[in-house]
Design a protein around this ligand. Structure first.
Ligand code: PGA
Ligand code: ZN
Length: 375
């Protein structure tokens, strides 16, 4: 049994140059990420300085010299999220988790497949209406090979876009950006994905384009009704053999998700803003989705995140551990993906996003008989 001997929180910068919370417990760190296309049902944040101040006074007083027990600490943090926000809660909870991880040498050996954001737009910057075009190296037999296939495809896409004369940039998630029609981009990407053994996924983040009961595509200046959105998503799944579609419909349209799943049983129809890592919302989504994004800061603590993962597994929903668009080099989610057996981890490919991938590469290297998950 180890006690909390020191606890301190400070402000640090995230990848968008916004302040976020870093907590330090017995010298071990945990930092909160931040979303830009946040779901309405997420636990709210508070300003980083407010969270830090509360941790440094009240939390310190309550927790100092108490046993480092994840469940116990998270139970208290859960009731304090109104004061410290999901950002203060998750930074503290991550620091506890990372401390316990550092003390325990027993490791799981089944590694997640990376699902990397290769081309982006929407709330993360870029002309594309679709928030994220994703690659999953499903044919890879090892984690390093998966990273190789995904990055080869990333570099090839970048080169092809430059070769046709486009100015290629990078957005908040380190994904490529360019002014190109979405279908044209997909037509270029599909053969690149195929010959690198990658399947294509999309995060449509449909709530971001939902206006007056319609979906607005700004590149084409076009509104789609709910039925037209469903038809469009079904068409994309078929045309590009999508293995994964996240948030294809507005965040409260459980039935819309269900309709897409009913016609595409082999595709992972994934909730993010729909479910917000919240067990109450997962209960509502059972049989309507078959995959779910797991973002610990949507709900506030590691223990609540683990409950959400367990409920997913019980209800035949594939958990997909995920980064946020505002990140730090904190790699807690990489450890959690391995620890709680999430078969997929959604991450960035380039930029400071490599922190998560690099942690899994290190862990793969240190594991005696590592294996890839079944997806
Ligand atoms: P975020 O969005 O900007 O809220 O992190 C990422 C996502 O929608 O998956
Ligand atoms: Zn999403």
């Amino acid at each position: 049994m180890t006690n909390i001997e020191s606890i301190h929180a400070r402000k640090i910068l995230d990848s968008r140059a916004n302040w976020t919370v870093e907590a330090e417990i017995n010298g071990i760190l945990g930092a909160s990420p931040a979303g830009a296309s946040t779901g309405t049902h997420e636990v709210p944040t508070v300003p980083a300085e407010v969270a830090c101040d509360f941790i440094n006074r009240k939390i310190k007083k309550a927790f100092l010299n108490h046993e480092i027990n994840q469940k116990e600490i998270d139970r208290k943090l859960k009731f304090l999220t109104g004061k410290i926000g999901s950002n203060g809660a998750i930074a503290t909870s991550f620091a506890v988790y990372n401390f316990l991880w550092s003390q325990n040498t027993e490791r799981k050996s089944v590694f997640p497949y990376p699902l990397g954001n290769v081309f982006g737009g929407g709330a993360h910057g870029g002309a594309c209406d679709m928030q994220e075009v994703l690659l999953c190296p499903k044919n890879a037999k090892t984690f390093p090979d998966a990273v190789q296939k995904m990055t080869d495809a990333y570099h090839e896409l970048k080169k092809e876009l430059k070769d046709i004369g486009l100015s290629v940039g990078m957005n908040d998630e380190g994904a490529l950006t360019a002014t190109i029609g979405f279908m044209e981009l997909m037509d270029i990407l599909k053969p690149i994905a195929d010959h690198n053994g990658c399947a294509i996924g999309l995060d449509i983040a449909a709530s971001e384009m939902y206006r007056h009961n319609k979906y607005y595509y700004k590149q084409k200046d076009q509104f789609l009704s709910e039925d037209e959105q469903i038809d469009f998503v079904n068409h994309l799944i078929k045309k590009y053999r999508l293995f994964y579609v996240e948030d294809p419909m507005n965040e409260d349209d459980f039935d819309g998700f269900s309709e897409i799943l009913s016609k595409n049983k082999k595709t992972l129809v994934c909730g993010d803003d729909l479910t917000t890592t919240n067990t109450q919302r997962i209960h509502k989504a059972v049989k309507k989705i078959n995959a779910m994004i797991v973002k610990p800061n949507q709900i506030g603590t590691v223990s609540q995140t683990v409950e959400a993962i367990k409920l997913c597994k019980k209800t035949r929903i594939t958990p997909v551990m995920s980064h946020r668009s505002g990140e730090t080099t904190d790699a807690t989610i990489a450890r959690m993906a391995l620890d709680f057996e999430s078969p997929i981890i959604k991450c960035g490919i380039a930029d400071m996003r490599t922190a998560k991938i690099n942690e899994l590469l290190r862990l793969w290297d240190k594991t005696e008989k590592p294996k890839m998950a079944k997806i």
